[in-house]
Design a protein around this ligand. Structure first.
Ligand SMILES: [Zn+2]
Length: 243
């Protein structure tokens, strides 16, 4: 991680208590983009989708999933052929690798709809930032969601390791290191520490997306990218949006 992200970590720890109690801050609504400079690699979608519309599409898809009224859109042979010419996903999801939280399923989307980056604990590192930069700048996806979930094993492991002082086995230490600021921020909050740390970890991911990449920061300032968070409930399947 760059020195810039260390700065972000300090400011996150300072502000996270406030953020945990007031989640509805900092959302930006996107505006239509200029004509696509990278049309060679984009699918021939007729109209540019705005961030607010993209978020609505995610929320509606999740509602269909929760109610078991799935439409399974864009999973036809015609769609396969369409997206073979290029992609223009309407949202980027940085989600946990947990097998129970596959974004295309929980948002009822199909081929070419979502640019999904999955990693245990939905952490942000340089490779994740690069992936998001590609989708936001080159593919012009207007929305990025950091998607955490209830009872996340990576968050739970971080809480346990910080509480017991035990060493993390293998390469799990890199996940623990990345999630530690969120657990530290959640420690002083009332209630279950893992539950609070899951929320804090989504906020931490959002903050890193906003501040650790000059490319993303510029897109956000130009209102061409909106960063939101999501928290998936394992029991109901519902995604609570954080912005
Ligand atoms: Zn997880």
């Amino acid at each position: 991680m760059s020195s810039q992200s260390h700065f972000s970590r300090r400011s996150f720890l300072k502000t996270s208590g406030l953020a945990l109690s007031a989640l509805a801050v900092g959302a930006r609504v996107g505006v239509p983009r200029k004509s696509a400079a990278f049309s060679d690699s984009m699918s021939p979608r007729a109209e540019k989708i705005e961030a607010s519309e993209a978020l609505e599409m995610l929320i509606e898809g999740n509602q269909r999933y929760v109610e078991f009224h799935l439409e399974h859109p864009h999973q036809t042979e015609a769609r396969l052929l369409e997206v073979s010419k290029g992609q223009s996903p309407f949202a980027i999801i940085v989600g946990c690798a947990d097998s129970r939280v596959p974004p295309e399923v929980v948002f009822d989307q199909g081929l070419g709809d979502l640019f999904v980056v999955r990693i245990a604990g939905n952490i942000i590192d340089d490779a994740i930032l690069g992936s998001v930069e590609y989708a936001a700048e080159h593919l012009r996806a207007p929305l990025v969601m950091v998607l955490g979930h209830e009872n996340c094993g990576a968050v739970k492991a971080t809480v346990e390791i910080l509480e017991t002082g035990a060493a993390a086995p293998g390469h799990i230490g890199s996940l623990v290191k990345a999630i530690t600021p969120a657990v530290q921020a959640a420690k002083s909050a009332k209630g279950d520490v893992v539950n609070n740390a899951v929320t804090a970890n989504v906020l931490w991911g959002m903050m890193q997306l906003k501040s650790a990449s000059p490319i993303l920061t510029e897109l956000i300032h130009k209102h061409e990218l909106m960063v939101v968070g999501g928290r998936y409930d394992l029991d109901t399947g519902e995604v609570a949006v954080m912005r």
